[in-house]
Design a protein around this ligand. Sequence first.
Ligand code: ADP
Ligand code: AMP
Length: 217
Amino acid sequence: MNLLIMGLPGAGKGTQAEMIVQNYGVKHVSTGDMFREAIKNETEMGKLAKGFIDKGELVPDDVTRGVVMERLSKEDIKKNGVLMDGYPRNIDQAIATDEMFAELGLNLDAVINIEVDPSILVDRISGRFICCTCGATYHKLNKLPKVEGVCDICGGHEFYQRDDDKPETVETRIKINEELSTPILEHYRKLGLVKDINGMGGIDDIKSSVKAVLDNL
Ligand code: ADP
Ligand code: AMP
């Protein structure tokens, strides 16, 4: 199964991706996670990406396409399927996605679109914190680890908040993503691939909605 997951920053893509990966065994390919890893490792690509990410802007398309193509070309994707999160983010990237999938013989099964009222995004993003070891996502009000200070997934004890989750950057990120996502969704709607999910409920309700869609594919 090969999927895209879409939604504004903070809509809950990463949170739902954890469930999808656990239940369906697909590989989670998040461009944001790959950039953060490259920044942590201080690679040349990471240094370049950081300049854009810190301002809430998009990393240039040619850089991002290279990163995605390299990851999608690995054998595990063909074997297990993929869940793309954070890519594509503009119509050129959507066309690049279609080209890369065609080149690699991957068939896109669905685009999961998590719809939320943008007014809730700042609260979701400002409460977000992440496990340093495995990247699992939590929220200081909505989703605390079951045992305080211990990651549910890997048992890690250290957590961080993303640098680009500060209010000034968040506004820019939401605005850019709102404008650019409409043509992407139109493109995939024409192909009959978009599955709209109401992202305004609790995490478990949304998981059930996503699962119902995927079980029906
Ligand atoms: P995205 O990957 O779309 O940027 P995340 O999955 O990281 O979004 O979610 C953003 C924040 O909101 C996280 O702190 C997460 O724990 C929390 N969150 C996710 N889904 C919900 C929800 N349905 N209700 C409340 N909080 C949520
Ligand atoms: P995310 O983790 O998806 O919220 O992404 C964090 C940041 O990484 C974004 O604000 C962008 O600066 C950058 N980024 C992630 N994915 C892409 C993409 N597909 N194209 C360009 N920039 C991206």
